[in-house]
Write a protein that binds this ligand. Structure first.
Ligand code: SF4
Ligand code: SF4
Length: 215
């Protein structure tokens, strides 16, 4: 039964028994936690998409995500489980109906991003820089200009340069990438939990999956 559950979340039995991962297995085998997988399943089946509710929950959590980050530093759990949960959550959330990351963005753009957008808009890179970017006064990085409604390229919930959007937009919310460890990304992940339903729901499901107890 547990083996099937491990398999369902992309972890085989051999992996789960290595190192500190046995903690995770013990946690899920414990009779008092035997319903955790069912709970996890039900969380994944009922993701929260209300942006106001998500923001309120994160902002009033009393620093829980900070404590969770500290917890992860002292316990090792498989990144693969996190990515698998993130993929399941992503499948249930319609980014076109959300677009919240385009309303509260700080999008860094590289020279390559600017050239790609310029080609897409049939204009010059200099024109793109002039019309659509700013220099961040703090770190002097080039970022996309913002309007009252969010990103300069946002039209309703649609990105006007979607096919040519910057790399930062293509990769957000950075959950399923396996190029960097979860530990290395956790600060950025938690920072965006209040604005992104994919991040929020993935974090909450992951906490349940690994048996993290709120304090
Ligand atoms: S470039 Fe497009 S995807 Fe990126 S923040 Fe702007 S509207 Fe959103
Ligand atoms: S990535 Fe997150 S914030 Fe952006 S549109 Fe999708 S769910 Fe919304």
């Amino acid at each position: 039964m547990l083996d099937a559950a491990w398999h369902q979340f992309g972890i085989n039995n051999e992996e789960s028994e290595t190192g500190n991962l046995s903690i995770l297995r013990r946690s899920l085998s414990c009779p008092s936690h035997s319903s955790r997988l069912a709970l996890l399943r039900s969380i994944l089946d009922a993701v929260v998409t209300d942006l106001v509710q998500i923001r309120r929950r994160v902002e009033t959590d009393g620093g829980e995500n900070l404590r969770f980050r500290r917890f992860l530093k002292t316990h090792h759990f498989p990144d693969r489980l996190f990515r698998r949960i993130a993929r399941e959550v992503e499948q249930q959330i319609d980014c076109m109906a959300c677009a919240n990351c385009c309303r509260e963005p700080r999008v860094n753009v590289s020279c390559r991003d600017i050239e790609t957008i310029a080609r897409y808009l049939d204009t010059s890179p200099e024109e793109v820089v002039k019309e659509y970017t700013n220099l961040d006064p703090e770190d002097r990085e080039t970022i996309l200009r913002q309007t009252k409604g969010g990103c300069v390229f946002l039209d309703g919930n649609l990105c006007m340069v979607y096919e040519a959007r910057p790399r930062a937009c293509r990769e957000f919310p950075y959950l399923v990438s396996d190029q960097r460890s979860l530990g290395g990304r956790m600060s950025s992940v938690c920072k965006h939990a209040s604005i992104c339903p994919i991040i929020y729901n993935t974090l909450e499901a992951y906490k349940h999956a690994i048996g993290y107890h709120r304090t």
